[in-house]
Design a protein around this ligand. Structure first.
Ligand SMILES: [Zn+2]
Length: 227
């Protein structure tokens, strides 16, 4: 292992990729994808952009997975949702190939919306790889498991079997598994979230702090500025 959980958390902190609210009401707080509010947030973009570091993270993550998986030879491919987990899926597949010497493909479906219904779709060249294959799911940060579950559904709809594991860099949920799939993470850091109504009653909203989407526009700078 290159780093333990604390070591990996330090890498996020070093890159200002872990935000923890200091209680100052002038400072905004994170608004999550499904609408809940939170006091802290992991942003994996800086880690993913650093290929050397991502290779080390992938090596550690794969090592933890191999200790828990009885038969890694069963993995035919790795699927991670676009764009956060595209490189991660590729690097895990390379790592598994190095361990098993059995070809392992990777694919990265993209979110789409049709008449208000969100789902994920594979590119045609990826779609051809999936029928009758056994696939491992991955994601950069797991908050609600919404995206990775959507990727899993798309994978099954393409005729593949989804293996009972989800590999993630950071597990921010209190979950240890999602629909029978065990979560394997480099960092386990459950973060309490609350609904906008709860936040207005007892949370940072009640103090006058604004809830904003961390990855939109210049919002990360607003979260981490001096107040
Ligand atoms: Zn709030």
């Amino acid at each position: 292992m290159f780093r333990d959980q604390h070591g990996w958390q330090r890498e996020y902190e070093k890159r200002d990729s872990l935000f923890i609210h200091d209680g100052n009401p002038l400072r905004p707080h994170p608004l999550l994808t499904l609408g809940n509010h939170s006091n802290d947030f992991f942003d994996s973009r800086a880690i993913i952009a650093d290929e050397t570091l991502l290779r080390e993270a992938t090596a550690d993550l794969t090592e933890i997975f191999l200790k828990q998986c009885q038969d890694p030879l069963k993995v035919h491919g790795v699927v991670g949702p676009k764009t956060g987990a595209t490189k991660l899926a590729e690097f895990i597949s390379i790592r598994l190939f190095a361990q098993t010497h059995i070809n392992c493909f990777w694919a990265s479906p993209a979110k789409t919306e049709n008449q208000g219904v969100k789902s994920m779709v594979f590119a045609p060249e990826e779609h051809r790889l999936l029928p009758r294959s056994r696939v491992l799911l991955c994601d950069d940060v797991l908050n609600t498991a919404g995206s990775v579950e959507m990727a899993g559904t798309a994978t099954m709809n393409a005729g593949a079997t989804v293996l009972p594991f989800i590999l993630v860099l950071v597990n921010r949920s209190t979950l240890t598994e999602v629909n029978g799939k065990k979560i394997i993470a480099l960092i386990n850091r459950a973060t309490p979230t609350c609904t906008p109504e709860e936040c207005l009653k007892n949370g940072l909203c009640s103090l006058g702090s604004k809830a904003i989407r961390p990855k939109e526009g210049e919002n990360w700078k607003l979260l981490t500025a001096d107040y």
